[in-house]
Structures are given as structure tokens and as C-alpha cells.
Design a protein around this ligand. Sequence first.
Ligand SMILES: [Zn+2]
Length: 165
Amino acid sequence: MDALPDELKYSLNKLKEIDFELAYLALLTCEGLKPLSRWEKPLDEEQVSLLKQMGLNVKRITRTVKTGRQVFETIFSKLPVYICLYEDRFQNTAVDKSAATVRFEGFLFGYPPCCIENYVQHPYAPNELSADSQKILFHWACKDCEMTPGLLEQYRHVHQTLFAV
Ligand SMILES: [Zn+2]
């Protein structure tokens, strides 16, 4: 990753003040490691504009949970097409954890297909990753995964960059 431009650093620092994980997701998405990210905690207009200043497309999605209560998700992506895919599928729908949803979300979130499939079949099956490594990923790695080590290296780089911003 090249040195980050000052405007990007400004946004990242502001996002870090809200929540480190939000800044981390934003930078992973900017760097293209994640086609799309989802934030499930509330964000106000000013916070949304920080994401937009980073060159991200941002959209608020309304979902419902079992009790019928509405919940709001904020999704962001460098490319509008991923926002469209998510919106078409999930806007105004009930939150669900079906295999089809896990596969679709995994695709949008940039997870390795092998890990997605493994998770669908055996959620949280033991893998050989250290807790520290697993913690900076958003997918649960499959055992002896061939894709995760390379991804992990990139994720770690983004994570460390963010600490230094
Ligand atoms: Zn895998």
C-alpha cells in the first residue's frame, strides 16, 4: 500500500474515534480487499460523509428482525454495482442466516469461496489460525485454507497501517 493521502488519513482518524473496526472496514474496502462492507451500528450523517469522503458509495438499508422491529444497516463499497446487488437482495427484507444468504454475503464481503462453503456446512469448524490472526479477519477460515494466508497478510498490512495513521 502506498502512503495514504492526507484527506484519507483525516477520515480514518475521525472514523477511528467512532470505532476502530469501522475505520478498519472502510480501509479494507478502499483497498479493494472487501468489495462491500456492512456496518450494523448507528451512523449519523456526518459519519456517513466521512465514508463518502474516502471515495466510498454508501447506502442505508432497512431490515426487520424476528420481533418485527426495524433495523438499519449501512453498506459501503468502492463500486456502485455491489451496492445495487446488496440493495436488490436485502432492502426491506427480514434478516436471515440461510445458506443462500451466507453465500451471497460472503461473495460481496470478499470471503474465499472455500471458507464460505465450509462455514455453511460446519460453522466455526476448528482451523489452524492463531486467535490473533482469526481476529483481524471477518470470515472464518477453513482448515488448511489455501487462500486465507495470502489474504491474511494483506489484512494485517491494512490493520497495521491503520494503527499508524
Ligand atoms: Zn478457505
